[in-house]
Ligand binder design. Structure first.
Ligand code: ADP
Ligand code: AMP
Length: 227
């Protein structure tokens, strides 16, 4: 891997593990975009596109949106010019079929995934994190009422927008999302371990400590982090 190779990093972990928080920090550090499938679905939903309306029912129930539409949406996003140098993938892939489709699409362009950090967090912590999560609807920055509060309660530090809680972060839907994660997404841990790409990171640490561990893991794999 040379410093100029496109860099694809997949952040694996359950809902609430800190993928979005860490993807934003890494995207800034590596100057490649965060590609978050959940954010893409929410954008589509806000704009009332047919894809957004199709996804809504699944998202409301905490279920996965079908693979075919999800794969198409992410492949289209990765084909945009700002992702020419790679991407931090957050929330995708979530099934083996999605992982295989991604691998194929990258291979067609002579590219491949560089490493797959798995942010490991206990179920109890996941529920506490999801229950206290607040999000900026404009810049998507994520806060936590206890662990990462905004300077002024309910207001985004960056752009002053009123923060909101995701409707699927209610306890019942969050529990359902965790079930679905264990059934459909957790098999990706073994999938990427078998490919020699998985690096386990302790996600129970502070946001800064997890970031440091991720940077160390990515650097150790020689995936271009000169500064
Ligand atoms: P995911 O994208 O994996 O669903 P998020 O990045 O949105 O997770 O994080 C879930 C919630 O937990 C957010 O409210 C976030 O501020 C908080 N959070 C993320 N990482 C940590 C951490 N290391 N320690 C404490 N809280 C965290
Ligand atoms: P997230 O923001 O990653 O928590 O995702 C929110 C919701 O969007 C999920 O509960 C799913 O309904 C849907 N979603 C996001 N990413 C995917 C994916 N890769 N495959 C299927 N559904 C997804």
């Amino acid at each position: 891997m040379t410093a100029n190779s496109p860099l694809y990093i997949i952040l694996l972990g359950a809902p609430g593990a800190g993928k979005g928080t860490q993807a934003r920090l890494l995207a800034e550090k590596l100057a490649i975009p965060q590609v978050a499938s959940g954010d893409l679905f929410r954008e589509n939903l806000n704009q009332q596109t047919p894809l957004g309306l199709l996804a809504k029912g699944y998202m409301d129930r905490g279920e996965l949106v079908p693979d075919d539409v999800t794969i198409r949406m992410v492949e289209e996003r990765l084909a945009r010019p700002d992702a020419e140098r790679g991407a931090i993938l957050d929330g995708f892939p979530r099934t083996i079929a999605q992982a295989e489709a991604l691998e194929q699409a990258l291979a067609q362009a002579g590219r491949r995934v560089a490493c797959v950090p798995y942010i490991k967090v206990s179920e109890q912590t996941l529920l506490l994190r999801l229950g206290g999560r607040w999000i900026c609807p404009v810049c998507q920055t994520t806060y936590h009422v206890l662990y990462s509060p905004p300077k002024v309660a309910g207001i985004c530090d960056k752009d002053g927008s009123p923060l909101y809680q995701r409707p699927d972060d209610t306890e019942e839907t969050a529990r359902n999302r965790l079930q679905i994660y264990f059934q459909q997404t957790a098999p990706l841990i073994a999938y990427y371990r078998d490919k020699g790409l998985l690096v386990e990171v302790d996600g129970e640490q502070s946001i800064e400590a997890v970031h440091g561990a991720l940077v160390a893991a990515i650097t150790a794999r020689g995936a271009g982090l000169a500064s």
